[in-house]
Design a protein around this ligand. Structure first.
Ligand code: SAM
Length: 196
């Protein structure tokens, strides 16, 4: 994401939380592609203001746990306000650069990277960290913008095609387990890590 002034960033994050988004990126439908989340430990890398994380906290339930990280303090502040307002206590949030190594955030059943893979300067470092934080049977979900012209979303030259995203994941030591084709502007790919 390009550098933005604070007021632009607030506006950008408000748009990410808009109700309209549910029409083309329904968070429950997307999170359901992980399977039954009850009791699971879920990490969202680059969680922004918590559009997905609030629904994830509900789906994992009181026996589960969600962690959201983002490099923008404002994103984490807005995310905290959103989760607090919804009354959840099964979450933790941290300002963190996902490319930073070592990561040491714990072990997770599910990792979500939504609308962010194309944004990472060094996706390999992020994915190495993800791999180290994943349970042996854990799943990683990549949701990102199709490389097609749309009226909104990141510029087309910044986007990764589905093939490019797949190549990055294969190179980082993951195997695809499923995909979902029903989103108008996004591809959705689910991966597990290769056991050596
Ligand atoms: C388009 S927003 C998506 C937020 C959220 N996943 C969603 O779909 O609503 C991308 C987010 O990635 C975060 N981000 C970009 N690079 C990052 C990095 N290296 N480490 C952590 N967060 C990062 C940005 O701060 C921003 O909040």
């Amino acid at each position: 994401m390009e550098d933005r002034h604070n007021s632009d960033l607030i506006e950008f994050y408000k748009i990410l939380l808009s109700d309209d988004r549910k029409k083309w990126q329904n968070p429950q439908l997307i999170l359901r592609q992980f399977g039954d989340l009850r009791g699971k430990r879920l990490l969202e890398v680059a969680c922004g203001p918590g559009y997905f994380l609030r629904h994830a906290a509900a789906l994992v339930g009181p026996q589960g746990f969600v962690l959201g990280i983002d490099s923008q303090p404002l994103a984490i502040k807005m995310c905290r306000e959103r989760l607090e307002a919804a009354g959840f206590s099964n979450y933790h949030l941290a300002v963190k650069d996902a490319m930073e190594t070592p990561w040491q955030l714990g072990t997770f059943d599910c990792v979500l990277i939504a609308n962010a893979l194309h944004d990472f300067g060094d996706a390999n470092s992020v994915l190495r960290n993800v791999g180290e934080s994943l349970e042996p049977n854990g799943k990683v979900m990549i949701v990102d913008w199709k490389k097609i012209h749309t009226k909104f979303g990141p510029p087309i030259e910044k986007r990764l095609s589905k093939k490019q995203a797949e190549a990055i994941m294969l190179q980082a030591g993951f195997s695809k387990t499923s995909s979902y084709e029903g989103l108008p502007y996004h591809y959705l790919l689910v991966w597990k890590k290769n056991i050596r």
